[in-house]
Design a protein around this ligand. Structure first.
Ligand code: AMP
Ligand code: MN
Ligand code: MN
Ligand code: MN
Length: 360
């Protein structure tokens, strides 16, 4: 076999993908052979995405077009490489839910970070979708309409992201409207619960941080508590006051898993299990959650997210393969400096999984 410069570049990107993946000890060529090839059909994406360079792809992939793609096996391999090399950030928030920036400002940051495929996934709300799409198109990113739905499953909260949804779908809009109902009541109860441990005025305080009156979240309380000096960080507020079992926690029943997946599918979208590494289920419950998600028609799982450690990237890459789910990648960005990672800066997906965007 003649090894060309292009092949070496492919190996280079596979090797970088596998820094977080399951490279094993076989070396880069073995990794290339082990690639999961997506289902048949041409890669409909454009690796250069409206002329924008992909910062981490080798040169021959950055500027690849349909016309210049190689044929046969090499083409299939490079299709998969293209998909993994795309900087997709498919999970983040704006002031329409509990983020600190407008949809347009989030889009600007995504563009600056070199994001090529971008989804705004506000909690239980699609009110930011039109502004997000307009900004993404202006900035040369491919826009992926999204949402993150709050679900109660086995007594805990699970989040289901919907991607490629039709944000005008009446069933989805009605379902989300019902899911949001109750947030205001819960927020007043959180205020009262905090007052019992000596923190007065939290409800009124949190309201000042709310961008969408329909969507008051624990995050708004957390920002107020930090600014009032009760805790140093938002994470500290959750562990001290707002997480389950803490004095400011107020339980709430969200949508069912079947409802959330159903609304997303009715809206022609793909349901994605969000940040599964964050849930506190037993192994049996964990498996039952994925079994049910899969049988309801769930299509993907977040593997690389701001909520996962590198060990969890590997664990959920295995889960994706076990359940035949596609893999997603998203920062869960809420505002500059607030989370563990900034927009568009996560490592690529492990090469063993098929990106949810492989055929977009
Ligand atoms: P809510 O939907 O009002 O219950 O709020 C959930 C939101 O709180 C999540 O989407 C996160 O933005 C935030 N959150 C939950 N747990 C934590 C945590 N431990 N640290 C920081 N933010 C958290
Ligand atoms: Mn949030
Ligand atoms: Mn979430
Ligand atoms: Mn989120």
């Amino acid at each position: 076999m003649v090894v060309t410069a292009g092949m070496v570049a492919v190996v280079a990107v596979v090797a970088s993908v596998d820094m977080v993946g399951t490279a094993g000890t076989d070396g880069p060529w073995k990794m290339v052979q082990n690639l999961t090839i997506p289902r048949a059909g041409p890669f409909s994406g454009d690796a250069s995405v409206a002329g924008r360079a992909l910062p981490w792809a080798p040169d021959h992939l950055r500027h690849a077009t349909g016309a210049t793609q190689a044929k046969g096996d090499r083409s299939r391999m490079s299709l998969m490489q293209n998909a993994h090399a795309i900087n997709a950030d498919l999970h983040c928030h704006s002031t329409v839910s509990d983020g600190t920036l407008s949809p347009r400002a989030v889009a600007e940051l995504a563009r600056d970070a070199g994001v090529a495929y971008w989804a705004l996934t506000d909690h239980d709300e699609v009110g930011g979708q039109a502004a997000a799409r307009a900004a993404a198109e202006e900035f040369g990113m491919r826009y992926v309409p999204g949402v993150e739905i709050s679900v109660t499953w086995a007594g805990q909260t699970v989040h289901i992201v919907g991607l490629q949804i039709d944000p005008f779908c009446p069933d989805l809009i009605d379902g989300l409207t019902n899911t949001r109902t109750g947030r205001a009541r819960r927020a007043r109860d959180i205020g009262e619960a905090l007052a019992k441990v000596g923190i007065e005025g939290a409800y009124a305080g949190a309201l000042k941080y709310v961008g969408n009156p329909d969507l008051i979240s624990r995050t708004h309380f957390a920002r107020w508590l930090v600014d009032q000096g009760h805790c140093a960080t938002i994470g500290d507020v959750f562990s001290e006051y707002l997480s389950e079992g803490r004095p400011g926690f107020v339980g709430h029943r969200w949508a069912s898993l079947a409802e959330a997946v159903g609304w997303i599918r009715t809206a022609s979208g793909i349901a994605v299990m969000a940040h599964p590494g964050r849930y506190h289920y037993t192994d049996t419950q964990h498996d039952a959650l994925f079994d049910e998600f899969k049988s309801l028609g769930g299509g993907a799982v977040e593997v690389v997210t701001g909520s996962h450690t590198p060990d969890q990237y590997r664990r959920y890459a295995e889960v994706a393969r076990h359940y035949g789910l596609l893999a997603s990648r998203g920062s869960d960005f809420h505002g500059p400096g607030e989370g563990r990672v900034e927009l568009g800066t996560l490592p690529p997906l492990p090469s063993t999984v098929t990106p949810v965007w492989h055929d977009w």
